[in-house]
Design a protein around this ligand. Structure first.
Ligand code: IPD
Ligand code: CA
Ligand code: CA
Length: 271
């Protein structure tokens, strides 16, 4: 069981996610946000930045000594020594393309880590009216109701989600992989929010998920999934220098019964 301090931080994080979600909703309602591109391909709206600034400001006010890794305001690469300080890992809007196109699969993702281990995660979906939450060592929930991964045992019955990078310059490997997965499982989904995909594995709407991500995409959701009984790992080698908990390349998260078979199908890339 986590101590009282983590429970207090968790109450703060839940409230923060709800308030950030209200800004996301307001921005959509007003429909006055600007659309821009970063790194040439990657959509970012003025709403992403506004929500991230709000989250950064609110954390700094309450926890001035903590560090923040957030997609828009402070996406700096983490050095190992910085992991000694409590760390917040934030995606202000996960599902920016969905947000800009009026789709509901949009999430505010907030994780809190100590010594590089995520202690709590909140994934709040303002348009779906769902808030996923977990504290390390305790159960995962959605809207305060306990959740668990699916019970299916055969990969052929599995519904698998994935995503694709903004940079489409080398998608051959990815499409070959999708082809293999599609032939092995029941069907594939591409929902446009990694955090929601992973939370949907947690609550059994999906049976597995894989993609390469940044820490802010998965930090909160992966804890929610593992606390709901999912197995989480990587389908390629992790470099020795990498911190496994924050390493986003080739992530796989699935119901434990199908994890190994799914990993095998995904990892079967030509050398
Ligand atoms: C993206 C979404 C998408 C995933 C991409 C992410 P963003 O995050 O999670 O589902 O496929 O890899 O970058 O840009 O909407 O925060
Ligand atoms: Ca994201
Ligand atoms: Ca984002």
């Amino acid at each position: 069981m986590a101590d009282n301090r983590i429970h207090e931080i968790s109450i703060f994080a839940l409230d923060l996610a709800m308030r950030a979600g209200e800004i996301v909703e307001q921005e959509r309602r007003k429909n006055a946000f600007e659309r821009n591109y970063k790194s040439q391909h990657e959509l970012v709206t003025s709403a992403d930045i506004k929500v991230d600034e709000f989250i950064n400001k609110t954390i700094r006010k309450t926890y001035p000594d903590h560090r923040i890794l957030s997609e828009e305001v402070s996406p700096q690469v983490l050095q190992d020594e910085s992991l000694d300080t409590p760390l917040w890992i934030i995606d202000p809007i996960d599902g920016t393309v969905n947000f800009a196109h009026g789709h509901p699969q949009v999430a505010v993702s907030i994780a809190y880590a100590e010594k590089g281990e995520v202690q709590l995660g909140v994934v709040h979906c303002p348009f779906l009216h769902e808030t996923f939450h977990a504290i390390k060592g305790e159960n995962a929930s959605v809207n305060h109701k306990h959740i668990q991964v699916s019970q299916i045992t055969e990969i052929r019955d599995a519904l698998i989600a994935t995503g694709f990078p903004y940079d489409k310059s080398s998608t051959d490997l990815l499409t070959a992989r999708v082809n293999r997965v599609l032939h092995s499982c029941q069907d594939i989904r591409r929902n446009g929010s990694a955090a929601i995909d992973i939370c949907w594995v947690a609550c059994g709407r999906l049976d597995g998920y894989y993609e390469s991500l940044s820490p802010w995409d998965f930090a909160a959701a992966r804890l929610i999934a593992t606390e709901a009984g999912a197995t989480a790992g990587h389908f390629s080698e992790i470099p020795e220098s990498a911190h496994a908990a924050l390493y986003g390349k080739d992530i796989i998260i699935a119901n434990p019964a199908i994890y190994d078979s799914l990993r095998k199908v995904i990892a079967d890339d030509p050398a």
